[in-house]
Write a protein that binds this ligand. Structure first.
Ligand SMILES: [Zn+2]
Length: 112
């Protein structure tokens, strides 16, 4: 899960170099309910509230389960394990993706 705010000038997502599972945790980490941030794309500095920060499933478009599955499968039984691993990985991946999605929803729903 990664956190971002949206630049109101150029509409790019600015990813925060910190993690928190909830907005409350984020405000504790920043020791504030607001912060200033300069957009790396257009250099526009803006005042953001914690409620302007959103979570997104991350870090990339590659499902984590696929990678883990192949590694585990390869370790267990060589080539046949690769097939087993990718099936198990797909199952594991979708379960952890659901958990991740739930975390993202929890973050985005909370208002402080
Ligand atoms: Zn910008």
């Amino acid at each position: 899960m990664k956190l971002y705010v949206k630049c109101d000038q150029c509409h790019n997502y600015i990813y925060l170099n910190t993690t928190a599972s909830t907005r409350r945790a984020l405000s504790q980490r920043l020791r504030s309910k607001s912060f200033y941030l300069t957009c790396p794309y257009c250099q526009h500095t803006r005042y953001y509230r914690i409620n302007d920060a959103y979570a997104q499933v991350g870090p990339s478009g590659i499902p984590a389960g696929a990678i883990i599955g192949v590694i585990l499968g390869g370790l267990i039984a060589g080539p046949p394990g690769l097939a087993i691993g990718s099936v198990a990985g797909a199952t594991f991946g979708s379960a952890s993706d659901k958990i991740e999605k739930r975390k993202v929803d929890t973050f985005n729903i909370e208002r402080i």
